[in-house]
Design a protein around this ligand. Structure first.
Ligand code: PRE
Length: 430
């Protein structure tokens, strides 16, 4: 495994966390994040915090067998929480071993060999800190990204850890570099973030909470640059989609270009001194990267909200003393005709659904329906993601899922977690 260090403002950002050593083996070389949180780069500290910061314990000579998914400990209706045919990590786009050796030597300028790994102690294996202080929360993007704000909303005293890809944020939690990951799933204007639905299935993390973040976009540029000078606007694809109409209304004659995250766009404009390029990002990103706000509130609707979920290695114990939501994903062999039956399992129990999303069933993308003289009918196969308003601690939810399981060939509970009930406020610039 390999973590590359990327200076990003005052921070170091987690890049590739995992490297595939061989088809069935993985190893960690080292990784580090915020420069101010890391006290060493080549050695291994002695405290648990140091260990978590350096992630160096599973050094390159420590290889494991193909990782087995941990047992599902949702503790909620075990019979329905089982995973049929789900594999962990086998499909990850991991960096091949050749790159591991070349990039680790490129990173490590000193000629001395790295110190041998320290053995894990019981302290290293103690549970991650609970909600609040020093919880390490991985997010995709750089400081100033909305995902960072979502991490702060979910865990006010957390240490937010920037990652360059969503996949890396998942891996950071799986490798105990972070305690939680925060992941955008859907936006009120732009819709679902499909990649993240796919990642939820490919990894074995549990949804332990949700936050809904009002998103207030600004058009940023270098100091002194006027709107008329811009011929390009860059941002995260969701942010570009959320501001599409407003950009046109502003009369800007600009091309739109997608980059990894909104704050990264602002950082890019600043770092490259681009006087012809604007960025769509938050007011905090303008502050952090020394840009000016040319327009504020440029999202096409003031009620622009992104829903994020928080992910952890372990599920939380579902409760009934406050509103809970449960997220599941399922597939069935008999095409979409079963969908009605599945949904009726919730309807008959007065359980409201808040979301349905379908994604291609990658293991079985096509089903041949009939092969006649007229040709071959082919149907696409789907996985369905459903969120419903009930806790897995409620008997009606357990019964509904027991019934769903009868109709489905695959069913997994992604998490049962408290609903975000914070008072509604339309997006505004902070
Ligand atoms: O680019 C960012 O700032 C992000 O946090 C990502 C993201 C997204 O993926 O939807 C989050 C919230 C906004 O909807 C726009 C972008």
């Amino acid at each position: 495994m390999q973590a590359l260090l990327h200076p990003s403002s005052n921070n170091l950002k987690i890049s590739h966390v995992l490297t595939r050593v061989a088809p069935t083996r993985f190893a960690v070389v080292k990784c580090a994040y915020r420069s101010d949180a890391v006290h060493f780069h080549n050695g291994i500290g002695t405290s648990r915090a140091d260990w978590q910061s350096s992630c160096a314990i599973l050094a390159s000579n420590v290889v494991s067998q193909q990782p087995q998914p941990p047992p599902d400990k949702s503790g909620t209706a075990d019979h329905v929480a089982s995973v049929n045919g789900h594999k962990t990590n086998v499909d990850l786009d991991l960096v091949p071993i050749e790159k591991l050796s070349s990039s680790s030597s490129a990173d490590d300028k000193s000629s001395s060999p790295p110190p041998p790994p320290r053995a894990l102690t019981i302290t290293d294996l103690s549970p991650a800190p609970m909600h609040g202080s020093q919880l390490r929360v991985a997010y995709q993007g750089v400081p100033g990204a909305y995902s960072e704000a979502a991490a702060g909303k979910a865990y006010p005293k957390c240490e937010a850890i920037p990652c360059d890809q969503f996949e890396v944020a998942f891996q950071a939690v799986e490798l105990w570099i972070a305690d939680r990951a925060v992941l955008p799933l859907e936006n009120s204007l732009g819709g679902s973030i499909h990649r993240n639905y796919d990642l939820l299935l490919r990894h074995r993390l549990h949804i332990v909470g949700e936050v809904q973040l009002p998103v207030h976009h600004c058009l940023l540029a270098l100091p002194g640059v006027r709107k008329e000078y811009l011929n390009r606007v860059i941002s995260h694809p969701q942010a570009l989609a959320q501001c599409e109409l407003t950009l046109t209304k502003l009369g800007l004659n600009v091309t739109r270009e997608a980059v990894d995250d909104t704050a990264g766009a602002a950082e890019f404009v600043a770092a490259n001194n681009l006087r012809d390029t604007g960025a769509i990002a938050s007011a905090r990103a303008a502050d952090l990267y020394g840009l000016e706000i040319l327009e504020t509130g440029i999202q096409d609707d003031s009620s622009n909200v992104t829903r994020f979920v928080m992910l952890a290695r372990e599920p939380i114990i579902p409760r009934t003393d406050r509103p809970f939501k449960t997220s599941i994903v399922f597939a069935h062999d008999k095409g979409t005709s079963v969908l009605f039956k599945v949904l009726s399992a919730f309807a008959f129990r007065n359980i409201s659904l808040t979301k349905i999303e379908s994604r291609p069933h990658r293991n079985r993308p096509i089903r041949l329906v009939s092969d006649s003289n007229e040709g071959t009918a082919k149907h696409f196969e789907y996985l369905f993601y459903v969120d419903f308003e009930a806790s897995m601690a409620e008997v009606r939810a357990q019964n509904a899922l027991a019934e769903v399981q009868e109709f489905t060939s695959f069913l997994r509970v992604l998490g049962s977690y408290p609903m975000d009930m914070t008072p509604w406020s339309p997006s505004r610039g902070d």
